[in-house]
Ligand binder design. Sequence first.
Ligand code: EPS
Length: 392
Amino acid sequence: MGMRYLTAGESHGPQLTTIVEGLPAGIPLEALDINEELARRQKGYGRGRRMQIEKDTAEIVSGVRHGKTLGSPVTLVVKNNDWKHWTKIMGIEAIDENQEEEMKRKVTRARPGHADLNGAIKYGHRDMRNVLERSSARETTVRVAAGSVAKKLLSLVGIELVSHVVEIGGIKANVDSSLSVEELKKRTESSPVRVADPQVEQEMMSAIDEAKKNGDSIGGVVEVIATGMPAGVGSYVHYDRKLDGKLAAAIMSINAFKGVEIGIGFEAARKPGSEVHDEIGWDNERGYYRKTNRLGGFEGGMTTGMPIVVRGVMKPIPTLYKPLMSVDIETKEPFAASVERSDSCAVPAAAVVAEHVVAWELANALVEQFNSDRFDTFADDINRQREYAREF
Ligand code: EPS
């Protein structure tokens, strides 16, 4: 059995919740492990005013006792500070449509590119606030919370992750591929746009300023690297257990993501096989290794033991202060789309989200494949796999 998690909560409701199930018992876990990651998600040049209102912290309300997981579901709660301004608009109790205060923020002009219109059609909502409250990227807060537990589990078995921004608004970072994970972490944590190339940092920030000034938004590309995964995790046998496929689905499930690449990705279409595949070597220290890592840590839907490299494309956020034209669903007349408070660029934050959804999939694949009721036997099993693969 693998792990699963559920998230719940509206953007301006009282709280966001996640229930994480299937974790081994005995993982050392404290709120600090989660809160550090939540704080990273809140940062980034180009974020909107909401991030000044919130100081996201998680409360662990089940599944952990005396600092260790119990094997039972772990429930994490993040309260929305903004809720106090929305108690009427987002009230739980029934109202009639004449209650003006409660209906004040009714949305009838769908934003092109957001979930508003299709979500309203799907569930029959005449007030599209019922859609946007849940489709808001605010939900990624608890995805990061769930992922941070997975990330903690991975770090305890020697698997490290780093995420960084490789492109914003068409400006590309030139990142030295020999940088270690530690060095990448150091550089990106101190960068307002989470970029490892100081040459383009300012240019990216100016592009965000420019977009903001024009009431526009810009997107970009993020990359996640994970080191230390043992070889042979995933599957070539089952289409639905191919780990690269799961990573692709996880990245695509992040709000506003429109594409995924693994390793050199789309570039593989333009190169001959001899420049795409990675030659295999063996030495006593590393065991089997690849002389290059163009396939980004995957062959046949399974890990090779090389660093996993996944990139995702985030489109510009669809909420525009200079809105595109849309239609009012009450009158069917053309109107400028609704304007909700938003970010002009959330790519740096999305890198952190991508890191956490990748962490979740990697941890889940390990939990599925190895003995996972107890953390100690889980860790032993993984070390045995590493040793076995080295000598194979
Ligand atoms: C977000 C919180 C949201 C948005 C943003 C992400 O808060 P609010 O709607 O109150 O400003 O800032 O979501 C979007 C831009 C979107 O289009 O979904 C967060 O916590 O990351």
